[in-house]
Design a protein around this ligand. Structure first.
Ligand code: ARG
Length: 461
């Protein structure tokens, strides 16, 4: 039976009923819905709206229902429009007509907004754990792959060699920022709509400050109209999930390329690869492609909710029901993607020798310009000289390191026999010693900082 059925002469058209019902997804709010109701019953009793016995009986009945949800024993019925209806219906079965007093002074509008925020705060905690686990896997990789050198690329062209540890850590820091965003948005979300009624506030003298404290909120929302329609927290979460998705997708894209036979720099573990029904030789990076693909869907979820919200006047409109499938799906998606990426990163095999062999001597061109700079040549002139040498070797189809000294000297008299020492990759790395660079010492310091950042954020959780 609908909570609002008495107002109507005819039942809802079955298709409208299907369109309207949210129980298929908002049952995920079951436990927080009951928790919110237990606190609300307490607030009504404190305000003298319920007698202490009534308050107690309602809370006991709700406690039983919470147990049913926890034990996966709760029976949903076809008439349950949404989770709020289902809980109230069950409360009636458990304690009888007294259940009808629970919704005094409350609307599903303030109720659902409260539930959703409580749910989000819990989910944020577990998602932070997922982010940390991937960060830990990346730090562990950075440690394990110490000394391996990667041909660093820009524009997907070889640029300068970098330590593989440095590269792994370049994917660690964005996740740290994502973790901060999750903590901040869930803090901001902890403002309580309960006690705002449908839109105008409640007419019963409930102490909303006390209620907020009971439920773990920072404060009660200061404006009832805003409180029932504010979905900033959902949009912020979707943005954070979308950006996390982007970060994972960028990592996935690189790993897909590096694990091709053509690159041959990495091999994914069998547990993180799939085969082909037709081509027996295939070992495909499907999990990485799914992570990359799902990041597009996550971005779409954000755009979808923002579009839903933009036309809504103040207070509640049913459009807002669309917030939940978006957030639930995004939370599930990003959580599984983070977990899979953590396992995949931890188990893949790196072929360090092939990475090093792939480094072309042109990757040291900047170092050659720096070599001239050390001899007093202005950088712009040095850049031009090395550029001319590269052009010459390209014409001759010759590696830069094999250009004879006479040719170098014809291009610029400051080149000397010691220029060939510049082609030492390890020396090139060691020169990038300024804070944040790829020199082994700088990467060690960065690694220590990454460890500290990880520990600090774990303590905050
Ligand atoms: N299922 C609804 C939602 O998710 C609950 C609030 C219903 N409020 C209402 N006025 N119909 O938004």
């Amino acid at each position: 039976m609908k909570l609002w059925q008495k107002r109507f002469r005819a039942p809802l058209d079955p298709l409208v009923e299907q369109l309207n019902n949210s129980i298929s997804f908002d049952q995920r709010l079951a436990k927080v819905d009951v928790t919110g109701s237990i606190a609300w019953a307490g607030a009504l009793a404190k305000a003298g709206v319920l007698t202490p016995d009534e308050g107690q009986a309602i809370q006991t009945g709700l406690g039983q229902i919470l147990g049913e949800f926890e034990g996966n024993e709760f029976q949903f019925l076809p008439g349950d429009e949404d989770i709020h209806t289902a809980v109230e219906r069950r409360l009636g079965e458990v304690i009888g007509p007294l259940a009808g007093k629970l919704h005094t002074g409350r609307s599903r509008n303030d109720q659902v907004a409260t539930d959703f925020r409580l749910w989000l705060a819990e989910m944020a905690q577990s998602l932070t754990g997922d982010v940390h686990a991937l960060q830990a896997a990346l730090v562990e990789r950075a440690e394990r792959d110490a000394g391996i050198v990667l041909p660093g690329m820009t524009h997907f062209q070889q640029a300068q060699p970098v330590l593989l540890s440095h590269w792994w850590l370049s994917h660690f820091w964005p996740l740290g920022r994502d973790g901060e965003r999750i903590a901040q948005l869930s803090q901001r979300a902890m403002v309580m709509p309960l006690g705002c009624g449908a839109l105008a506030g409640t007419s019963y003298p409930v102490d909303r400050f006390d209620l907020a404290q009971q439920l773990g909120f920072r404060a009660p929302a200061p404006n009832s109209l805003d409180a029932v329609s504010d979905r900033d927290f959902a949009a912020e979460f979707l943005f954070t999930a979308a950006l996390l998705g982007v970060h994972l997708s960028r990592l996935a894209e690189a790993l897909i390329l590096y694990s091709t036979r053509e690159f041959g720099w990495m091999t994914l573990a069998d547990e993180y690869s799939t085969g082909s029904s037709l081509m027996p030789q295939k070992k495909n990076p499907d999990p990485l492609e799914l992570v990359r693909g799902k990041s597009g869907v996550l971005t779409g979820r954000l755009a979808g909710l923002l579009a839903t919200l933009k036309g809504l006047p103040s207070a509640y409109d049913k459009d807002l029901q669309e917030d939940k499938p978006a957030v639930f799906e995004a939370a599930d998606t990003i959580s599984i993607c983070l977990k899979v990426m953590a396992g995949l990163v931890a188990t893949l095999h790196v072929h360090g020798e092939r990475m090093r062999a792939a480094i072309q001597s042109e990757g040291l061109a900047t170092d050659l310009a720096d070599y001239l700079v050390m001899k007093g040549v202005p950088f712009r002139e040095a850049h031009g000289a090395v550029g001319a040498a590269v052009a010459l070797t390209m014409e001759r189809d010759q590696p830069l390191a094999e250009l004879p000294l006479a040719d170098w000297q014809a291009i610029h008299p400051a080149f000397d026999a010691d220029l060939y020492q510049v082609f030492d990759v390890d020396a090139s790395l060691a020169r990038r010693a300024a804070w944040g660079g790829t020199a082994p010492q700088a990467v060690q310091e960065q690694l220590a900082l990454a460890h500290r950042a990880l520990e600090a954020s774990e303590q905050v959780d």
